[in-house]
Design a protein around this ligand. Structure first.
Ligand code: F6R
Length: 628
């Protein structure tokens, strides 16, 4: 899906969209490999500017594979990294030195003297001369042939935070609060994230002959849109890329989700020109978009509203009758509302995906929670309803969530144990186990408030949790899949709820869903599997956008309070900003804000007015997901 930007008045730089992060990584690795080979054939070195963080990991894996399997040599490659925390020692698990050697350099034949990363372990007084020296080395190497960039939610490229001028060079900067809170889970607490970093400047980056901005994940969708559709401003340093004459943004579907071409493609011209058609889904999407844009209730939208917003083509499909279109949009949302998420005793609403188990009552329901807090955070009200309505509810906690626990909490529990005369094990394994036990206590207390007894809780301890103080490879193992498949077989559920987000490609939610997808494939031939309905809640306590909502479960004021009580049982998380992308609010505030916003949107659009709502979608609404 490539759109030359000349054809697209909303996008200011060329954009290429791939379905998932792996496909993006291959595209970038192909370009880098071709550049290295071409330069080598011409007898030249290749000078690469490199980034760290979660986004480029896939590119580095793809390059290592090309080196190992396709004889791609890095002997003629010189690299300059964008940035490094300050102060930090090179062997610190969080240092970008360590990241680069572990993820890339140590697997290649690159010459160590050709690797350059800003030094984080120098005295403050030496920083400016060291930065000047870094710029000099880039110039001596002949300038950057290709600079690979990610983007931060603050709009930074490198660590050029908002306010960075276009003329900036390599220097010491103070990290933005958003940047630090995004890094907090990895550092196990905001207070451990360094406040400063050394970064190449905007001018240094823009001097590269070729720039690739690689962005994956829905959590970056809003900033991507601002960066490529917004006006150039130092408040969003990534907008400076609009002035580069050889830049491409490579995005996965999650990161591209807010671009006009995906969010409101009708604004770009006839739908057919974009390979789309005015089917039910597109019609409802456009009607809801229009109602939100105009601030009107759906059933009050007029022909003038449709015309003024550029929806003439849609109006024409309904013979000019706005009301017909309005009804479609209205019933789409109306039919999603249900107080019976497990289905009514008579098998009617919610509309099941596959239907076989619709009339079974009560049902066996299995909820997958990637971290111990995800279940109550995103669907605590629905959980309690399912249990209260007599269903047999089971919850599987996929990872231990140990890594998000501040060290201080463990210390407090250990002190309590010691003072009560208990002897606790020492060493990394024992400590990890103790972290997990603390998180299990939280989860058990929260589930109890929702009416789920401890014998229906499963702590699977799958492999893809962060391990405290270690740089780990995050991927789903065969054993993870087996563990889930065994549980599925044991419970034989009629309904499954799973968390979904398209955020960090190696994030816990994504890997949680991937492990479930593979386990469902492995169990697809079992009798329960063909009748089992799957609902996705959105990870991290957030809500689905209106057009994606297939089931909306209203919460009364007292249910909201119970959900809040359940979430606050995860009190050991209170000290740290644990949700990627969150500012350090209390967890329950974060989720109730989303739930309330959904209920308010339903109200504004002319549907019933509820206190709060939890939302679910079917897997086919989310790309690269579950069973087909
Ligand atoms: C890293 C860097 C940053 C990251 C950005 C995105 O060297 O310069 O600009 O590219 O913060 O980080 P991730 O990929 O972790 O979301």
């Amino acid at each position: 899906m490539t759109t030359p930007y000349e054809d697209n008045r909303w996008e200011t730089i060329p954009i290429r969209i791939e379905t998932d992060p792996d496909a993006c990584a291959e595209v970038v690795a192909d370009e880098i490999a071709a550049l290295i080979r071409k330069n080598e054939a011409d007898g030249r070195k290749t000078v690469l500017g490199l980034a760290t963080g979660s986004t480029p990991r896939g590119v580095y894996r793809a390059l290592v594979r090309r080196h190992q399997e396709e004889a791609l040599s890095f002997r003629n490659v010189v690299t300059f990294n964008l940035d490094e925390y300050f102060p930090i020692t090179p062997d610190d698990p969080h240092s970008y030195h360590r990241y680069m050697w572990e993820n890339l350099f140590s697997h290649l034949d690159i010459l160590p003297e050709n690797v350059h990363i800003p030094r984080g372990n120098i005295a403050l007084g030496e920083v400016s001369s060291s930065c000047l020296e870094y710029e000099k080395k880039i110039a001596e190497a002949g300038g950057l042939d290709l600079q690979l960039l990610g983007i931060g939610r603050s709009g930074h490229i490198g660590f050029n935070e908002p306010g960075s001028p276009a003329r900036s060079r390599t220097r010491l900067i103070t990290l933005d609060h958003i940047t630090r809170s995004d890094a907090a889970p990895e550092f196990q607490g905001l207070h451990r994230v360094p406040t400063r970093a050394i970064t190449m400047g905007i001018r240094t980056i823009l001097a590269a002959r070729r720039v690739i901005l690689l962005v994956t994940g829905e959590h970056k969708a809003a900033i991507v849109r601002t960066a490529v559709e917004g006006k150039v401003t130092d408040e969003v340093p990534a907008t400076f890329l609009q002035g580069h004459d050889n830049v491409t943004a490579i995005l996965d579907l999650g990161a591209a989700a807010d671009l006009t071409r995906l969010r409101a493609p009708w604004l770009l011209g006839p739908l057919a020109d974009q390979g789309l058609a005015w089917n039910e889904t597109e019609i409802c999407r456009a009607v809801l978009w229009l109602a939100e844009k105009t601030g009107k209730a759906i059933l009050k939208l007029t022909e003038e509203d449709y015309n003024a917003a550029g929806l003439q083509e849609l109006l024409a499909t309904a013979d000019g009758a706005a009301y017909e279109l309005n009804l479609k949009g209205f019933y789409r949302l109306q039919n999603a509302i249900t107080g019976w998420p497990g289905g009514r005793t008579d098998g009617s609403r919610p509309k099941p995906l596959r239907g076989g188990a619709a009339s079974v009552f009560p049902k066996r329901i299995l909820i997958f929670s990637p971290r111990p807090e995800d279940d109550v955070l995103s669907m605590g009200g629905t959980l309690a309803r399912l249990a209260a309505q007599g269903h047999e509810v089971h919850i599987a906690y996929q990872t231990s969530g140990a890594s998000s626990l501040p060290v201080e909490i463990l210390e407090r529990f250990r002190l309590f144990a010691r003072d009560s005369g208990a002897t606790l094990g020492e060493g990394p394994e024992a400590l990890r186990h103790q972290y997990s036990l603390i998180r299990q206590l939280d989860a058990k207390a929260a589930a109890k408030i929702c009416g789920i007894p401890p014998e229906r809780l499963y702590f699977l301890d799958l492999s893809f949790d962060w391990h405290v103080g270690e740089v780990v490879k995050r991927s789903v193992t065969g054993k993870d899949v087996e563990t889930i498949a065994e549980l599925l077989t044991r419970v034989a559920p009629h309904q499954i709820y799973a968390a979904s987000d398209r955020n960090d490609p190696e994030g816990t939610s994504r890997l949680g869903l991937e492990s479930l997808r593979r386990a469902l494939q492995a169990t697809a031939s079992l009798p329960w599997a063909s009748d089992c309905d799957i609902w996705l809640y959105r990870g991290g306590g957030s809500a689905w956008p209106l057009p994606a909502i297939e089931m909306a479960v209203p919460l009364s004021p007292s249910e909201v309070l119970r959900k809040r009580r359940a979430i606050t049982q995860h009190e050991t998380l209170r000290q740290s900003a644990t949700l990627p992308g969150s500012t350090p609010h209390q967890l329950h505030e974060l989720s109730s804000r989303h739930d309330r916003a959904t209920a308010e949107a339903f109200d504004r659009l002319g549907l019933a007015e509820y206190e709060s709502m939890e939302t679910f979608t079917h897997p086919d609404f989310v790309s690269n997901l579950l069973v087909k």
